[in-house]
Design a protein. Structure first.
Length: 301
C-alpha cells in the first residue's frame, strides 16, 4: 500500500504538480471578460514603466549606449548623436487582428504573433526596421530601429523579444502624472457610458456630442494659445477661432517634466489632458467647458 501511494503521489507530481509549482497562465494573453476585467487590465498596464522594458546591456549590444528616455506615457527611446540612428518602442492598444501591411512579414517574436518590416534604404543611407509584437488580445508592442549597419531587423527583433518578455515582469513606473488615472473616469463624472476604452484614451458621447479624451504629454510649443480657463487651469487650442467652435483643446497638468532629448523641437513636455471631437461642426465652447470641468480634477489627482 505504501509503495502504491508513493507511486500515485509521484505520478501526480510529474503530470500535474498536484496544484503546486505549476506555471501561471500569462495574464496578458487572456481576453478580458467584460468591461470590469478590461478596466482592471488597462489599469495594471498603465502602471508599467515602458522605459524599463529594455536593459542597458541589451541596448548596448544593439549599438545604443545612451540610457533611454521617455517621449510620452507609453513611448520611450534613444536618439543618438547621429540623427539617422535611433530606437523607439511603445506599448499601445491593439487595433484588431495583427496583419502584415505593405512589405511586412508575419512571424513570431517571444512566441507571440508579430510582424517585421524593413525599409528599403537609399544607397548608403540608414536602414530601418519596424516590428510589432502582440502582448495579448488587448495590447501590442511596437519597436522601430534605425541604424547605418547592414542589418537592422536582427537587433530590432532581439530587442522587441526582450521587451515583450520583460512586460510580463511588470516593471513599475515611478510616480508620474496620470500613472493611476483612468481616462474613462470622466464618463462617471458626466453620467454617461464609454463607447471605447483604450490604454490612454476614452471615447464617449455627451449632450449629443462625441468626444475623444486623451491623457498624454505635449511640448509647450504644441499647446497653442490660451482660449479660456476651467477652474483655474488654462485651456489651450492650436487650431481654434478665438470665438466660436472649438476643435481640439489641451489642458496642461502640473509643472514641465524633466528635460530629455525629445524636448528640442517642441519645447519642455507637459502632462496634458487633450479633448478632441468627432463632430467639430456641432461643438460649442460651453459643452467643452463642461467636459473639461469634469475631467481636469480627475487628471490633476
Amino acid at each position: 500500500m505504501f509503495w502504491k501511494l508513493l507511486s500515485l503521489v509521484a505520478c501526480c507530481l510529474a503530470l500535474s504538480g498536484c496544484g503546486r509549482g505549476q506555471a501561471e497562465p500569462d495574464y496578458w494573453a487572456q481576453r478580458p471578460a467584460g468591461d470590469a476585467e478590461l478596466g482592471a487590465l488597462l489599469e495594471r498596464a498603465r502602471a508599467i514603466d515602458v522605459c524599463a522594458l529594455l536593459e542597458p546591456a541589451e541596448l548596448a549590444e544593439a549599438g545604443f549606449g545612451e540610457p533611454p528616455v521617455p517621449a510620452g506615457l507609453d513611448i520611450c527611446g534613444i536618439i543618438a548623436d547621429d540623427p539617422a540612428v535611433a530606437v523607439m518602442w511603445q506599448v499601445a492598444s491593439a487595433n484588431g487582428p495583427l496583419e502584415p501591411g505593405t512589405d511586412a512579414v508575419a512571424t513570431t517574436i517571444d512566441g507571440a504573433p508579430a510582424t517585421v518590416r524593413e525599409t528599403a534604404p537609399e544607397p548608403g543611407g540608414p536602414r530601418s526596421c519596424e516590428t510589432t509584437v502582440r502582448l495579448g488580445p488587448v495590447l501590442e508592442l511596437d519597436l522601430d530601429l534605425t541604424s547605418r549597419s547592414a542589418e537592422s531587423c536582427a537587433p530590432a527583433t532581439r530587442l522587441a523579444g526582450a521587451a515583450a518578455a520583460r512586460w510580463r515582469a511588470e516593471p513599475r513606473r515611478a510616480s508620474t502624472p496620470f500613472a493611476n488615472t483612468d481616462p474613462c473616469a470622466v464618463t462617471a463624472a458626466l453620467g454617461v457610458r464609454a463607447e471605447a476604452v483604450r490604454l490612454w484614451e476614452c471615447r464617449f458621447a455627451y449632450r449629443e456630442q462625441r468626444f475623444l479624451l486623451t491623457l498624454g504629454q505635449v511640448g509647450e510649443q504644441q499647446l497653442g494659445a490660451v482660449r479660456f480657463e476651467v477652474d483655474g487651469h488654462p485651456v489651450h487650442c492650436d487650431d481654434c477661432e478665438a470665438v466660436g467652435l472649438m476643435h481640439a483643446v489641451r489642458v496642461p497638468i502640473g509643472p514641465p517634466l524633466p528635460a530629455t532629448a525629445f524636448d528640442e523641437e517642441a519645447g519642455p513636455r507637459r502632462a496634458a489632458v487633450s479633448l478632441g471631437t468627432i463632430q467639430p461642426d456641432d461643438l460649442t465652447p460651453e459643452v467643452v467647458a463642461e467636459v473639461l470641468r469634469a475631467a481636469v480634477p480627475l487628471a490633476a489627482g
